[in-house]
Design a protein around this ligand. Structure first.
Ligand SMILES: C[S@@+](CC[C@H](N)C(=O)[O-])C[C@H]1O[C@@H](n2cnc3c(N)ncnc32)[C@H](O)[C@@H]1O
Length: 260
């Protein structure tokens, strides 16, 4: 996904994201959403904006939100926003808008916390979105973003390269990999810090691996020959590993503060 039209088509609904979510839910030993929730540190009465909220799965999974939180939702996909509103009816939703992360439709200093989980790498220019996030934060407000570590699920990227010639993670790392994300956050915010989630998935079934790779670019556009190369490469991987492939899942959370 290198252009906004491709990204919009990919996320028109949550079906492809759900295949990836299903893979993580099945094989993760520790929940990413739970880990992120534990570190969110929202205070009572916070006005929070989630940029690129998707179908609202994260907020639905949260166990420790303050009672009087005001959650505001933004996504470029109308379907995602609709799903998030439906799923989060137990929370106080402020605004829920279909808009571009690089042009936030909110006045200056509107929020105490802005979150952008696993989405900034989709943008043509993540720095523009971070500037916007800085603008809509109050002084002292926090910007919390996440991205895939370059060490994340290496076998998945390797399989994609073998079968299709490239991997989506190449784009992710070039746009908003951990090192770039830290630099971009430091250019905009103070007190920037990083925390790393790590888990080892014990994958004992090749089918979800194939399904996931066929919903991720470039596998989502693979022809019959590409799909066959993927089947063969996955079969080889499971044979070499005696049917149990251990994959490292590594994600980074980066937090910065808007200076006064
Ligand atoms: C990988 S999903 C992450 C969803 C959610 N944050 C999560 O972690 O569960 C990326 C989301 O970013 C949204 N997105 C992509 N480009 C966007 C843009 N330019 N502006 C706003 N949202 C965007 C997509 O529609 C999708 O819902």
């Amino acid at each position: 996904m290198t252009d906004p039209d491709e990204t919009a088509a990919h996320y028109k609904d949550s079906s492809k994201l759900a295949v990836r979510g299903g893979f993580h839910a099945r094989f993760a030993g520790r929940s990413w959403f739970g880990w992120f929730d534990e570190r969110l540190g929202l205070t009572p009465g916070s006005r929070v904006l989630d940029v690129g909220c998707g179908p609202g799965w994260f907020w639905a999974a949260c166990q420790r939100l303050p009672e009087d939180l005001e959650l505001n939702l933004l996504d470029q996909s109308a379907h995602m926003i609709e799903q998030a509103i439906g799923r989060l009816s137990h929370l106080r939703i402020g605004q829920a808008v279909v808009a571009d992360a690089m042009h936030l439709p909110f006045p200056n200093a509107s929020f105490d916390t802005v979150v952008a989980m696993h989405m900034l790498y989709h943008l043509p220019d993540p720095a523009v979105a971070l500037r916007e996030m800085h603008r809509v934060l109050v002084s002292g407000g926090r910007c919390i973003v996440s991205t895939n570590s370059p060490r994340n699920l290496p076998q998945i990227s390797d399989l994609s390269r073998v079968a299709f010639g490239s991997a989506i993670d190449d784009v992710v790392q070039a746009r908003f990999g951990t090192a770039i994300a830290l630099d971009l956050m430091k250019a905009q915010f103070s007190d920037v810090s990083q925390q790393t989630y790590a888990d080892v998935y014990e994958v004992d079934d090749p089918e979800p691996v194939i399904d996931m790779l066929l919903t991720m670019p470039p596998g989502d556009k693979a022809d019959a020959a590409g799909r066959q190369r993927l089947q063969d490469a996955v079969a080889d991987l499971f044979t070499v590993n005696d049917g149990l492939v251990r994959m490292q899942s590594v994600q980074d959370m980066i937090v910065g503060t808007r200076a006064a």
